[in-house]
Design a protein around this ligand. Structure first.
Ligand code: ATP
Ligand code: MG
Length: 272
């Protein structure tokens, strides 16, 4: 896959195993600057693992992730630390610091990673909160926020350092349809306004098709399908169809791989 000047993230023939169990098997992806890209796939298909590989939290078995021209797994600790400052992350189940106000949650990384004077941090924090519509809530403690508001604060926090890339792991989970669409639109707007590339890992096909430029489907460790939202909607591939129409069983199996059920039951018998 060629690296154009506009490419921010290149995933090249990426392989990763946990304890010799292959999770990703030769994954290729390209993400351009300013793009919003969705990664979809069944539970346990390796989506969070992929984000961790991109951020350098874990190293590939083979292949590489190139971010802003640098091969992530080849960087030493200091270089990786610097690179991470260019990435924002909204983790799956990521929570706010409950003992810090909304303001201090957003200010946290700025105070940690920069030497900016407090007056400037104040302006920046209010700007980030304004971007997510919560400037007026800066003094609140997290327990005074609704789930949707908390998610928006987490979003403001993840863009605190003006990252080039922001990775969202399941940003829509547990939100009502209105908050969900607010978050979706925010992700799109922030990418457009700040020129950030966004990766959205999500099960929410309908919402993400409204906001993304491109979709990758992962199954069995490989990219099973990919395309623009329009291509995805029109796709007749059974795998894509199953996702877009939310069918429980199909090419994506309902069951985690297991030995045969009868063998499992026999095993229990012999233990009893
Ligand atoms: N630290 C770990 N050690 C061993 N196996 C792991 C570890 N973390 C994840 N796995 C396994 O790797 C596979 C991929 O996990 P991952 O969390 O990337 O899936 P996912 O696509 O994010 O799933 P979900 O949609 O449920 O969040 C799963 O089978 C999981 O059991
Ligand atoms: Mg996950």
């Amino acid at each position: 896959m060629s690296m154009t000047p506009e490419t921010l993230v290149e995933v090249h023939d990426l392989n990763f195993s946990y304890d010799r169990r292959p999770i990703l098997k030769g994954v290729h992806m390209t993400m351009q600057r300013g793009q919003v890209v969705a990664i979809m796939g069944g539970s346990g298909s390796g989506k969070t693992t992929l984000l961790r590989l991109i951020s350098g939290a874990i190293k590939p078995t083979s292949g590489y992730v190139r971010f802003a021209g640098e091969v992530v797994h080849e960087l030493n600790r200091d270089a990786l630390f610097k690179l991470r400052r260019k990435m924002g992350m909204l983790f799956q189940f990521g929570a706010l610091f409950t003992d810090l106000s909304v303001f201090d949650n957003v200010a946290f990384q700025m105070r940690e990673h920069t030497n900016l004077p407090e007056s400037m941090i104040r302006d920046l924090v209010l700007m980030k909160l304004h971007a997510v519509g919560l400037r007026g809530a800066h003094h609140l403690m997290p327990n005074a926020l609704s789930g949707g508001m908390a998610r928006r604060v987490a979003l403001a926090r993840s863009i605190a350092l003006d990252p080039m890339l922001i990775m969202y792991d399941e940003p829509f989970t547990g939100l009502d349809p209105i908050s969900l669409s607010v978050i979706g639109n925010l992700i799109r707007r922030l990418s457009d306004a700040l020129g950030m590339t966004s990766i959205v890992v999500t099960h929410d096909v309908q919402e993400s098709l409204k906001i993304v430029d491109y979709v990758y489907f992962i199954a069995d460790g490989v990219i099973a399908a990919q395309g623009t939202p329009q291509e995805v909607r029109q796709s007749v591939a059974p795998f894509v169809h199953q996702f877009v129409h939310g069918e429980e069983d199909g090419p994506v199996p309902f069951h985690y791989p297991a030995q045969s059920y009868s063998r499992d039951l026999d095993l229990e018998d012999s233990i009893a």
